[in-house]
Design a protein around this ligand. Structure first.
Ligand code: ASP
Length: 316
């Protein structure tokens, strides 16, 4: 069968290109998604995942990740603050414990016990962005942690000229979800993130929660998410897409129905964005977003292509 990887956002090639050679040589889909996630997590220029991720309101970075190949084979960590590669730790939770999810200090003690190296996750660049955010008196008021944190234009805080930035169609770089299918037709997924920038300390989004940020079932397909986690969580977005595919929907139809449910059930801000990637057992795939701005990366034997999503629900 034709191996392929489908990844959220335009920095997908960073990970997919590293993992694809082994996948083409017959490597397992799980190895491919973990390898791709690890490369992206280590890249300090990607400010939404791993090293270089933007911090919470107190200036501390916390990472969340999960991996999955089947309902009985998944692992996750959340609120990891001192390790660069949460996806690898999530894999160990799956392979070496009787649990699915470890959080916070317990997850870090587990990583220590396996010899994962501790590292500094907060980069000088991410700290500078946070310091600019803190200087705004409106944001300092958020110390009270009450109510809704309005969407933030991180590009402006970073001092990027939004008119000339290289990925002009992407207002924010977000969670990386990677789906892969190997030569045997086996599916796997990984989802890794530093979560919403300047979140309330302690907040965990959809990304490390099986069924929300990622879901894989060898009998039905795989799906993963990026965007405002609170919205994705409310509809169990990735699980819903896989269940719709199980009942016969094509990946693009399953994504559309899930986005329509989100649109119907939430009071959406203009800035809310949610996007999904999905792959059926047969290898059909699609991506879709609530609004323009999202792009996916598809990688196969020809190489990686960064493309517009298959569908966009709301054409602003
Ligand atoms: N879904 C992630 C979260 O809510 C963030 C993102 O994709 O931007 O934590």
């Amino acid at each position: 069968m034709k191996p392929q990887m489908l990844t959220t956002w335009s920095f997908g090639p960073t990970g997919n290109d590293a993992a694809m050679p082994s996948l083409l040589e017959g490597g397992h889909a799980l190895n491919a998604v973990v390898q791709a996630a690890t490369v992206i997590e280590a890249d300090p220029t990607i400010d939404s995942v791993g090293v270089g991720g933007l911090p919470d309101a107190d200036g501390n970075v916390s990472l969340d990740a999960c991996i999955m190949t089947d309902p009985n084979r998944c692992g996750a960590v959340m609120y990891v603050q001192h390790f660069a590669n949460p996806t690898q730790i999530a894999r160990k939770v799956m392979e070496e414990t009787i649990h699915v999810t470890l959080a916070g200090e317990g997850a870090e003690a587990f990583a220590d016990s396996l010899g994962f190296p501790r590292s500094q996750i907060l980069t000088a660049e991410a700290k500078a962005v946070w310091e600019r955010w803190r200087k705004d008196p409106n944001n300092i008021d958020r110390d009270k942690y009450r109510g809704w944190l309005p969407p933030i234009n991180v590009e402006e805080l970073r001092g990027v000229d939004v008119k000339t930035r290289p990925h002009a169609a992407e207002p924010l770089h977000d969670t990386v979800t990677i789906l892969a299918r190997d030569v045997k037709g086996q599916l796997a997924g990984a989802c890794t993130t530093s979560g919403m920038a300047f979140k309330v300390p302690g907040r965990v989004g959809d990304s490390p929660i099986v069924g929300q940020g990622l879901y894989v079932d060898q009998e039905a397909g795989a799906a993963g998410a990026t965007g405002t986690g609170e919205i994705i969580s409310g509809v169990c977005g990735s699980f819903l897409i896989v269940e719709l595919m199980r009942r016969g929907a094509k990946p693009v139809e399953a994504i559309r129905e899930t986005l329509e449910r989100i649109q119907k059930r939430f009071s959406l801000h203009q800035e809310h964005q949610v996007a999904f990637v999905a792959m059926s057992k047969a290898g059909d795939w699609a991506s879709g977003a609530l609004r323009p701005g999202f792009r996916h990366t598809i990688t196969d034997e020809i190489g990686s292509r960064v493309e517009e999503p298959t569908m966009v629900l709301i054409q602003d």
